[in-house]
Write a protein that binds this ligand. Sequence first.
Ligand SMILES: Nc1ncnc2c1ncn2[C@@H]1O[C@H](COP(=O)(O)OP(=O)(O)OP(=O)(O)O)[C@@H](O)[C@H]1O
Ligand SMILES: [Mg+2]
Length: 231
Amino acid sequence: MSTEPLIRIEHLVHGYTMAKEQVTVLQDLSFEISHGEFVAIIGPSGSGKSTLMNMIGCLDVPNEGSYLLDGQDVRRLSDNRLAQIRNEKIGFIFQSFNLLAKLSAIENVELPLIYRGLPRRERRILAEAALEKVGLHERMHHRPSELSGGQQQRVAIARALAGNPPMLLADEPTGALDSRTGEEVMHMIRMLNEQGHTIIVITHDLGIAEQAKRVIRIQDGCLVEDRRNDL
Ligand SMILES: Nc1ncnc2c1ncn2[C@@H]1O[C@H](COP(=O)(O)OP(=O)(O)OP(=O)(O)O)[C@@H](O)[C@H]1O
Ligand SMILES: [Mg+2]
């Protein structure tokens, strides 16, 4: 593990051009996230959370400032290299699971490993291990429609985990689940953090944010609070 923070964001500015007018959404953000942290990013609707998630997840690159992911300056990378870094460094968990309906659980989990170019046998082994980790090994041949919402989100977590990326990035991971199932999913996310995964959860749910060890709050694209949770 390097001493370099996993995420180093400095004076990041990002916005969109709308009807020829430049709208700044993220204003001069600076913060670092180290390996092994569990961070919640919160803020009201429209504050820039998804825009920031797109930055952190390398789905978009900042207009100004810098973002170093594991020491690499994402603004200097080609689109291909960026896609490769994304695949290696980040496991994504979405509110709506984003599983492919026609594929079984294990085939869904294998997808990012296919993009990584791993041979079939190796993919199987890693995907099975990831499903085992989330307690769904015996459901691996089920399709998403044959699984409950909580189980589908666990498959999505297995998919995020399978390639062993250092960081899991979750956008409202419990947003589509009832509170009990949501609690189970959060329990799993906490467990993964205890096992050493860096976790970043974007949420507007303060109950979820309280489970993180650190809370970053943004408002109108500015960082207005950065605190440790006393657990
Ligand atoms: N592609 C885009 N083009 C133009 N403006 C955008 C675009 N995406 C987001 N915005 C604007 O940026 C601001 C922040 O949006 P963002 O989606 O990051 O907010 P959010 O905090 O995720 O909100 P929510 O909690 O509702 O999901 C909003 O004012 C939005 O209108
Ligand atoms: Mg959003």
